[in-house]
Design a protein around this ligand. Structure first.
Ligand code: CA2
Length: 142
């Protein structure tokens, strides 16, 4: 199985800034643990602060991978371009968030991209990504 994790803007700062909201683990060390936990699964990682680059990556993998785990960061709340990209590809996309966006500011309560996603996982810290992978891998087990 091939799964693409995509992180959007500012998520390159994980573990460096705002640890009270996003935790103190950087994504690279989390990714190493995730790959160890799923040795049979090819887990690719991409991060960009640019909306178009995120759209391009969805197009690139969206017809061949088994799943996309997408934390679109702040573009979650604004991007019709990402919604259209998600709807255009055949690979299922799972929306994830580290924080519980519904416990935060009002403007974070609405996701522009959820309507195109297979499911949404939020509020479990970095474990949100593992739960999304489990949803993709697990759905072929039972
Ligand atoms: O909770 C999430 O995963 C978010 O997608 C994170 C986004 C935020 O705009 C969404 O509403 C919820 C922000 C990512 C910023 O990441 C940082 C990480 C460390 C330090 C500063 C920002």
């Amino acid at each position: 199985m091939k799964i693409q994790i995509i992180n959007g803007p500012n998520l390159n700062l994980l573990g460096v800034r705002e640890p009270e909201v996003y935790g103190s683990t950087n994504f690279d060390s989390f990714l190493a643990k995730l790959r160890k936990a799923y040795p049979q699964t090819q887990i690719e990682y991409f991060q960009s602060n640019t909306e178009g680059a995120l759209v391009d990556k969805i197009h690139e993998v969206g017809f061949s991978f088994d799943g996309i785990v997408l934390n679109a960061g702040a573009y979650t709340h604004t991007s019709v371009a990402l919604l259209d990209a998600i709807k255009a590809v055949s690979t299922p996309v799972i929306e994830v968030h580290i924080s519980n966006i519904h416990q935060r500011e009002e403007f974070r309560h609405h996701s522009m991209i959820s309507a195109g996603c297979k499911g949404v996982i939020c509020g479990f810290g970095l474990d949100s990504y593992r739960l999304a992978i489990e949803a993709i891998v697990g759905s072929s087990r039972v």
